[in-house]
Design a protein around this ligand. Structure first.
Ligand code: PEP
Ligand code: MG
Length: 595
């Protein structure tokens, strides 16, 4: 198995995997770097430090070894595909009069309030008489309950539960010191490793077990607004903070990818990590501007006014854009721009409707069906439900390969999967699967005007072949597809150099700037260290060349389409259709109305 997620094989996916292994009566081992560890032991798997691109061997022994091994390898591919990259906020410029401590943004937003330092209040309940083992079991039960919530972050609690289910904790602890020193041993193993941020998970577990034993510690928080400064936080503490009047959180020692940081972001708490320590003084009004990355400990009155106004503006902008989301999107000079949504399934399509999308600019069908191959009827039903929601629909045929796997398609292992059999190349190789997908789309369209788009096309021959297959399918099943348009993603640079030839064949284009950028710079889009600015002048210039050299309808559906800093430039170039994640739609529409 190869680690395809750019985040590596980190705690949450490991916990999910171990949890799946537990369902089978088989001995499962993971072999990597000449080490063999049980696939039931989260800390041992963690210690292998498997990074993006690394591989391991899965050894399964038992009666149904083959079946279990197939299941687990598919399951692994799914968790890798689901493990999306954590978005890091982009910081903007903001000038305050007073000196600022500059930091890294965890979650955006602005807060103004007195600063308080992290303080924990301890209390001991002497009536408590359960054993340490019972307290561990209670903690595990509690974490299991939390992990069942529909929230994506519930995986954090599953991961913590797995840590506590590991070998070191499967015994009868005679004394509390024995338990505490086991926790300490696990923590020491993580120090100075890339898993250091997991230390807080062990601390959280310790806190929870002690809590069940009657030794309670609780973060002391005021009822009034405050900004909290702490060395680091435990995930459970963020949950506690989120329920209070918190204006911001400053961590002096955290990491952007820790579970506490993930929770701070998802709870919309303005939060930052700084490299210095804040002295123990009483600061009355402090500013945290996580949008610009500034913390002002001693702001002037003008700074405070400015920050408060900014905070209000952000709030008003968010609610105003949202209220205007169904209004027409026309620039001052009268250009109408269509704002479409990138969706993956019926839920996200409904969300797009809610956020005011004018249609679907990209239906990524590879995420529609998940684990097993859907039947034809299931496919027809899924497409029909989505097609019913909008008048303007672009459905992209399977775009599998590269970093996207599909458990039921066996993609040959390649040295450079991003340069190999992916997108349309795979569909042309797996023709039966492709024909079935086209048939279900055709049956679902019911005469409606829809667009069918092929991904990763690099030569006109590929488009012609794909369209021919589509026409044959329609003919064989006697379906009228005269209302269906056929187009391609522009995401391989060769297309830019052959636009005039493509123009004779295709009905429309949509620029996939995500892949186009990786191919223009020869930098893999999931590369852990090499990064490209998605708004690079090179990409902007490619977009200009594209629009200047085609007469066909064109849209942009890569991430760049939602970056407000370049919206004006894109509209000025002539792009009049942008497809973005649903939540960006209201603010993008407002931005265009100001052009
Ligand atoms: C793209 O490449 O820009 C795109 C929109 O497609 P995906 O991200 O699904 O590859
Ligand atoms: Mg793409």
């Amino acid at each position: 198995m190869t680690i395809t997620s750019s985040n590596g094989f980190h705690l949450r996916p490991i916990a999910k995997f171990v949890n799946e292994v537990k369902k089978f009566d088989a001995k499962v081992t993971i072999i990597a770097s000449n080490q063999e560890v049980s696939a039931l032991q989260v800390p041992k798997i963690l210690s292998l430090a498997l990074d993006s691109g690394d591989s391991f061997e899965l050894k399964v022994e038992g009666d149904r070894a083959k079946e279990v091994s197939n299941h687990l390898s598919n399951f692994f591919k799914e968790i890798m595909a689901d493990d999306t990259k954590t978005e890091i906020a982009k910081q903007e410029d903001e000038k305050y009069q007073s000196d600022a401590i500059v930091g890294h943004t965890i979650g955006g937003g602005v807060g103004v309030a007195p600063l308080i330092r992290y303080r924990v209040k301890m209390s001991i309940d002497t009536k408590n008489s359960i054993t340490i083992k019972e307290a561990i079991d209670l903690t595990k039960e509690e974490l299991l309950e939390l992990s069942k919530s529909k929230d994506k972050n519930s995986e954090i609690f599953l991961a913590q539960r797995e840590l506590l289910s590991g070998e070191p904790f499967n015994r009868d602890f005679k004394t509390l010191d024995e338990f505490k020193s086991t926790i300490k041993e696990e923590i020491d193993k993580l120090k100075d490793t890339k898993f250091e941020s997991r230390i807080s998970d062990y601390r959280d577990l310790e806190k929870s077990v002690l809590n069940h034993l009657g030794i309670k510690s609780r973060l002391e928080l005021p009822d009034t607004p405050y900004i909290l400064v702490a060395n680091d936080l435990l995930p459970s503490e963020v949950e506690q903070i989120a329920k209070t009047a918190v204006e911001g959180v400053i961590l002096e020692n955290g990491t952007l990818m820790s579970h506490a940081s993930i929770l701070l972001r998802s709870n919309n708490i303005p939060s930052m990590i700084i490299d210095t320590k804040i002295k123990h003084e009483i600061y009355s009004d402090v500013i945290i501007d996580a949008n610009s990355g500034d913390i002002i400990l001693n702001p002037t009155n003008k700074d405070i006014r400015r920050a408060k106004e900014k905070k209000k503006r952000i709030k008003i902008e968010q609610s105003k854009s949202y209220a205007n989301r169904f209004m027409p999107t026309i620039t001052h000079s009268g250009k109408q721009v269509k704002i479409l949504a990138n969706v993956t399934d019926i839920e996200s399509a409904k969300e797009a409707k809610e956020y005011g999308a004018d249609g679907i600019g990209l239906l990524r069908t590879e995420f529609l069906f998940g684990k097993r191959k859907p039947t034809l009827d299931e496919q027809i039903e899924a497409y029909s439900k989505i097609f019913e929601l909008f008048e303007d629909i672009t459905v992209r045929t399977l775009d599998v390969g590269g970093d996207k796997s599909l458990p039921y398609i066996d993609i040959p292992k390649e040295k450079n999967p991003f340069l190999g059999i992916r997108g349309i190349r795979l569909s042309l190789r797996e023709e039966e699967l492709f024909r079935e997908q086209l048939l279900s789309i055709f049956k679902a369209h019911n005469g409606k005007k829809i667009k069918v788009m092929f991904p990763m096309v690099s030569q006109t021959e590929e488009f012609k072949k794909a369209k021919k297959i589509a026409q044959n399918v329609a003919m064989e099943y006697n379906i009228d597809i005269s209302n269906i348009l056929f187009g391609i993603m522009v995401e391989v640079p060769s297309v830019i150099l052959a636009l005039r030839v493509f123009d004779k064949e295709v009905d429309f284009y949509s620029v996939g700037t995500n892949d186009l950028t990786q191919y223009l710079f020869a930098i893999e889009r999931t590369h852990p260290t090499l990064k490209v600015d998605i708004t690079s002048p090179v990409v902007m210039s490619a977009l200009k060349i594209i629009i200047d050299n085609t007469t066909k309808p064109i849209s942009i559906c890569g991430e760049l389409a939602g970056v407000l800093e370049v919206t004006k430039e894109l509209v000025d170039m002539g792009y009049s259709s942008l497809s973005v994640s649903s939540k960006l739609i209201p603010s993008l529409k407002d931005k265009i109305r100001l052009i």
